[in-house]
Ligand binder design. Structure first.
Ligand code: CA
Length: 406
């Protein structure tokens, strides 16, 4: 191996995720994460090792690189894997190509034109239905027939590490007939995975479930922040709005779909049978461990959730097939959120709303304080990785601190 990769690194030789980074001496450019380092693709390209226009690595986002198509992007990943393992490769004796991750700043990896958020975890949808509607009929009649989703806001998606201010808005106090205005009292995270599309369609075209993987470049961790009290008042009848669009965070490294190929697993049985355009063949779920931790200001981190991407009822191929079945076009760099990923166990719920069950079961932090929702000064960190037969492929983390209201 050209450089040492720590045994438990998310960024193993099996991963090779793409991102955009900058250093003190050079502006944002493309790189891949390898162990504790970043392989500088713009610098590597100067050695003339690629047979395409490598100006794509000098850009501030990966959109142009992704638009080269999977044939090229897959080959870049395989070449790098090969070079890293060959002591005599082009990477040998060139430490200047490897930048320590701690010395780099990460940026948004893609320009996101459109953001769609699904609601595809049956455990999450059931929990929310139990809390807000009827425990006996928690799922609405459409839920097992449609991968329910809504169009979100792309402008407020930011990269891990960027702190955000507590949002303000309208809420309705219990028993009141008029709303009040102020900071949200129920700031929540949503543990999600996001996929980024790598191929355009034209208006009027649809993507089949069997083709969907050709359209998915890779995955990121997504914290889709929510203000539950604002949401409760505003969502009727058109759905999520200001309770959802004040910020969402993504992890900086896009892990390619190919890197997760060996971690495919069967999804839950879908009963009743779904309509033909949503049917699929093969393994479409992914065994990716997910966790969430809260660090109160000046205190130790407390892990509050262990979940898994494999719990999803609706898979990404079905989501994309559904999204395009009416002819809605998709673009390179679009982001699609899975929806909050909850499991069956109480410690696998992917939001504070569920973990503390609407504030009725507060969580204990290591400093002795309790959390029903997220406090000012708290840092919420999500991590995700797949592991099998000694191979580990992960995202690192998406982490952000909540600042007081502005
Ligand atoms: Ca969401």
């Amino acid at each position: 191996m050209i450089i040492d990769i720590p045994k438990n690194s998310d960024f193993s030789i099996h991963n090779i995720p793409f991102g955009i980074f900058s250093t003190e001496d050079r502006s944002p450019r493309a790189g891949v994460a390898v162990g504790d380092y970043i392989l500088d693709l713009a610098a590597l390209a100067e050695l003339d090792v690629f047979d395409f226009n490598t100006a794509v690595f000098e850009k501030e986002t990966l959109n142009d690189f992704i638009s080269l198509g999977k044939e090229i992007t897959k080959k870049v990943r395989l070449d790098i894997q090969h070079w890293l393992q060959d002591e005599n490769s082009i990477l040998a004796g060139k430490p200047e190509l490897f930048i320590k991750q701690v010395d780099a700043q990460m940026h948004m990896p893609v320009y996101i034109g459109d953001y769609t958020d699904f609601y595809s975890s049956i455990e999450h949808a059931t929990n929310v239905g139990k809390m807000f509607r009827d425990p006996e009929n928690a799922l609405l009649p459409n839920w097992k027939h449609i991968p329910v989703g809504y169009h979100g806001r792309a402008s407020s998606i930011v990269v891990s590490g960027e702190p955000i201010h507590r949002p303000k808005g309208q809420t309705i106090p219990v028993g009141a007939d008029k709303p009040v205005f102020g900071p949200t009292q129920r700031l929540d995270f949503e543990l999600e995975m996001g996929f980024i599309t790598g191929k355009n369609t034209n208006l009027g075209e649809s993507v089949l479930t069997s083709e969907a993987e050709e359209y998915i470049f890779g995955l990121v961790l997504l914290n889709d922040w929510s203000a539950r009290d604002i949401q409760k008042w505003e969502y009727v009848p058109l759905g999520p709005f200001l309770a959802k669009n004040f910020a969402s965070h993504i992890s900086p490294w896009i892990v390619t779909l190919e890197a997760f190929e060996t971690f495919k697993v069967p999804g839950p049985k879908q009963e009743p049978e779904v309509l033909p355009y949503l049917q699929y063949e093969g393994l479409k779920n992914y065994d990716i461990n997910l966790e969430v931790a809260i660090s109160p200001e000046g205190s130790e981190e407390q892990t509050v959730c262990h979940s898994n991407f494999k719990y999803m009822y609706w898979n990404m191929a079905q989501q994309l097939a559904h999204h395009t079945v009416n002819g809605c076009n998709i673009n390179i760099g679009d982001l699609y959120g899975s929806g909050t990923i909850s499991g069956k166990d109480e410690n696998s719920y992917g939001s504070m709303l569920e973990l503390a069950w609407m504030g009725t079961k507060p969580l204990k932090m290591k400093d002795g304080s309790e959390r029903k929702f997220i406090n000012d000064g708290d840092t919420v960190t999500m991590r995700g990785f797949a592991e099998k037969d000694g191979k580990r492929v992960g995202f690192g983390e998406v982490s952000a601190k909540i600042l007081p209201v502005k």
